[in-house]
Design a protein around this ligand. Structure first.
Ligand SMILES: Cc1ncc(COP(=O)(O)O)c(C=O)c1O
Length: 377
């Protein structure tokens, strides 16, 4: 499984989650929660609390909007793919005024374009962006965007790190990110069902005046409960027990090594698709979470993905919206290593041959091997 979420779940995590159920209002569960709470700060590279919500990643996105803003508030939405678009849709659902900055799919936002909108609209209170736009396999320039907000008290940088946290560095405190959200089915090596949100002190202050309606995703209430090692409502206890194990694995590997592994797998995949003469979707600012490529002329990308999955047992992702049937996304985040990439590239070579694409076998695999060998002493 090399899809950009859900990702494979390690046996250690599966076994932890298979333990008999325990009650969540007990010292036993609180001890697990306390460990998870600290380790999440390590993963998010922050001193702030990381809220744990029973939701998919979108829940944390929605909570960020409703807890920080009021109807009529102006925000910039960087819309360079499906998930950028989602920030805009959520914002407008709650009556915010979104300034849509449309970015061509496959390209990263140009910070100068953001600055222009900010300068022309001094009332803007937030910039919403993806660190890794999964639908287009692009990494947006978070560090550059943070320069616009970090010395202002009246404007937040809100980052969807759903396929970035635990993949490549998004050091929240160091960069001055105000909100960083993520989801369990990505680099956390867990099944879907948990969403995370970390907020800067500045963001917590925004909450004092935010008037959007909210109930379940009430960050203030969650933060108060987090202090007591619990959640406001029944937590997804099994997932949190699995999260403890996954975070232990990440700590054992070391965050720097986790980032280096993802980067190596990403570079190997990019080298492989280049050697296969496939056109990259995001040549200038690729995300280390996923590699996107156009399928060759005359090949139906939808059928290719289906063939790989149903006949070869390899789950990759296709394209969304206007890229449907046109691209292949090879994800390399989470519990993925060298030989998963070799298998994926090899299967793509074989499947493409079946679909009539003329290419020498082994070219992509060899290019990947050259990079992957760096991971061994
Ligand atoms: C960058 C990004 N943002 C948001 C989401 C939405 O998350 P979920 O489907 O967990 O709600 C995803 C899911 O793939 C994503 O990759």
């Amino acid at each position: 499984m090399l899809a950009p979420g859900p990702t494979p779940v390690p046996d250690r995590v599966l076994l932890a989650m298979a333990q008999p159920m325990i009650h969540h209002r007990t010292p036993q569960f609180s001890a697990i929660f306390a460990e998870v709470k600290e380790d999440l700060k390590y993963l998010f590279q922050t001193k702030q609390d990381v809220l744990i919500l029973a939701a998919s990643g979108t829940g944390a996105m929605e909570g960020s909007v409703t807890n920080l803003f009021s109807p009529g508030d102006e925000v910039i939405v960087i819309n360079g793919g499906k998930f950028g678009e989602r920030w805009g849709k959520i914002s407008e659902s709650y009556g915010l005024k979104a300034h849509w900055l449309n970015v061509e799919w496959g390209k990263a936002v140009d910070p100068k374009d953001v600055k222009k909108i900010l300068d022309a609209n001094p009332k803007i209170k937030g910039i919403m962006v993806q660190a890794s736009e999964t639908s287009t396999a692009v990494a947006h320039p978070i560090k550059e965007l943070a320069q616009f907000t970090k010395n202002r008290q009246d404007c937040l940088l809100i980052v969807d790190g759903i396929t970035a946290v635990g993949v490549f560095p998004v050091p929240m405190d160091e960069l001055g990110i105000d909100v960083l959200v993520s989801g369990s089915q990505k680099a956390f090596m867990l099944p879907p069902g948990l969403a995370f949100a970390a907020l800067s002190e500045k963001a917590w202050k925004f909450m004092e005046t935010a008037k959007c309606p909210r109930f379940y995703f009430d960050f203030k209430k969650e933060r108060k409960n987090l202090k007591d090692n619990t959640t406001a409502y029944t937590p997804a206890a099994s997932l949190i027990i699995g999260l403890r194990e996954a975070l232990r694995m990440i700590k054992e590997e070391g965050l720097e090594n986790v980032f280096a592994r993802h980067n190596r797998l990403a570079r190997a995949t990019r080298a492989a698709v280049k050697a296969m003469n496939l056109k990259p979707l995001a040549p200038d600012s690729p995300s280390d979470a996923t590699t996107g490529v156009y399928v060759p002329e005359g090949v139906d990308g939808g059928k290719l993905v289906k063939y790989l999955r149903d006949d070869m047992g390899i789950t990759l992702a296709g394209g969304q919206d206007h890229l449907k049937g046109k691209i292949l996304r090879i994800a390399h985040l989470g519990y993925i290593d060298t030989f998963d990439i070799i298998v994926a590239i090899s299967s793509i070579e074989m499947a493409l041959r079946k679909f009539g694409y003329k290419m020498e076998f082994g070219k992509g695999v060899a290019a990947a091997q050259e990079v992957l060998l760096e991971g061994y002493k």
